[in-house]
Write a protein that binds this ligand. Structure first.
Ligand code: HEC
Length: 159
């Protein structure tokens, strides 16, 4: 009986391991992240940036400094995904991306990295609950972290 169980367990573990290997190979082969619609994915990510930043500003006004950290962390993680969501040839008429992105790719990547740096600084400062130090970042964040990419690389929204 004991041997039986052990053999059964070994078989189960063995087949699970095989499944994991097959799954991993499949993921590697396609290399795909996201829904497969890169434009929808990046506009969704940017909407989340917009909502996260609005929420951060509302918390700042309410004096809820430490709670800003989770919004800042969302924006920081989003920033790490930006370059992969702008592959060559993804400029369609529904997109507000400018062709300059692909002409000045290293500057675009640097702008994404800049957003990550700002967002991580905001996160770490918010965690200290220091309202004055957080304000010093919040007041420049929209312009320095988001605007420095939107100005050269995004068609401004019609308002
Ligand atoms: C590295 C460049 C870059 C950074 C940094 C960046 N954005 Fe964007 N953002 C873009 C581009 C390019 C588009 C247009 C994408 C498209 O339509 O293909 C966009 C679009 C948007 C949109 C419109 C999304 C929609 O519904 O179509 C919002 C909202 C937005 N960004 C908010 C933000 C906020 C808030 C930040 C800062 C926290 C930010 N972005 C930082 C490049 C950037």
């Amino acid at each position: 009986m004991k041997r039986h169980l052990t053999l059964g367990t070994a078989l189960v573990v063995g087949s699970l391991a095989a499944l994991v290997v097959v799954g991993f190979a499949a993921a590697q082969a396609t290399g795909r992240v996201g829904s497969g619609d890169v434009l929808a994915d990046r506009q969704r990510l940017m909407k989340l940036n917009g909502a996260s930043w609005a929420d951060a500003q509302a918390k700042f006004k309410a004096g809820n400094i430490e709670a800003i950290a989770v919004n800042a962390e969302t924006i920081a993680i989003n920033a790490t995904h930006i370059p992969a969501l702008f592959p060559q040839g993804s400029l369609t008429e529904k997109s507000n991306a400018k062709p300059e992105i692909w002409q000045k790719w290293s500057e675009f990547e640097a702008a994404a990295k800049n957003l990550q740096t700002w967002a991580e600084r905001l996160r770490d400062t918010a965690r200290t609950k220091d309202a004055a130090a957080t304000e010093a970042i919040v007041k420049d964040f929209g312009r320095q972290a988001c605007g420095t990419c939107h100005t050269p690389f995004r068609v401004p929204p019609k308002s």
